[in-house]
Ligand binder design. Structure first.
Ligand SMILES: C[S@@+](CC[C@H](N)C(=O)[O-])C[C@H]1O[C@@H](n2cnc3c(N)ncnc32)[C@H](O)[C@@H]1O
Length: 201
């Protein structure tokens, strides 16, 4: 969202501030997934190599629908997979040892290519990701009960994925309307009532 309004150098500062803060509040060995359009891959690489201990992989979400593009229409999104700090990361794939067989190309239907209720998801947020994509990523590098953080909550796909996979979750968004959307989505899925523990002054 910010990339449309900022110069490239402002965007790098924004990335350094946000990814740096996320890295500092994560445990050593935590894994972060940074989703970005190919146009900004240089910025993510430059900031990511300073903020993180290691780039573990670069995954590609191969969408079912193409978006806009001048020469080639964009049909993929990059997912940079970083490890925080120097401690070993949890690997729940290990070449299929845990029953998971995963590659770095992730084929998931774009949310706007589906009929019915998933189409409604798009109305909530223009770039919403499939919950299955996020749930699989979470299961690759965490155990049940682990804590998942999303700094950019949006319509709450990561919250839904954490709920689905039995992980605890913390999220934030600069726009309180999206926090409401995410909580309503979670409430509709779980049937649980959200509880406000404190209000900003
Ligand atoms: C692309 S959406 C996130 C999608 C979400 N992770 C998902 O998968 O559903 C980006 C969100 O980041 C929020 N945002 C933008 N700048 C922010 C900032 N500086 N701090 C917190 N949230 C911000 C926007 O309000 C928007 O809801």
């Amino acid at each position: 969202m910010a990339s449309g309004e900022m110069s490239e150098s402002e965007f790098r500062t924004f990335l350094a501030d946000t990814l740096g803060a996320a890295a500092r509040c994560s445990r050593n060995g935590a894994v972060h997934f940074v989703c970005m359009d190919w146009r900004h891959m240089d910025s993510v690489s430059a900031v990511g190599s300073a903020a993180y201990g290691e780039l573990l992989n670069l995954c590609i979400w191969n969408k079912s629908n193409a978006g806009m593009g001048s020469l080639y229409r964009s049909k993929h999104e990059l997912v940079f997979v970083y490890r925080v700090g120097t401690a070993p990361h949890l690997n729940m794939v290990e070449l299929g040892k845990h029953g998971r067989n995963r590659t770095n190309v992730w084929d998931y239907a774009s949310v706007n290519s589906m009929r019915g209720s998933r189409r409604e998801d798009l109305a909530l947020h223009p770039t919403v990701k499939p919950t299955g994509l996020v749930a699989d990523a979470i299961q690759d590098v965490t155990r049940r009960g682990d804590l998942v953080l999303d700094l950019f909550l949006g319509s709450g796909t990561t919250l839904m994925a954490a709920e689905r996979t039995g992980r605890r979750f913390r999220g934030l968004d600069i726009d309180s309307a999206y926090v409401d959307v995410a909580i309503e989505r979670w409430s509709a899925r779980t049937g649980l009532e959200p509880r406000l523990e404190g209000a900003a002054s």
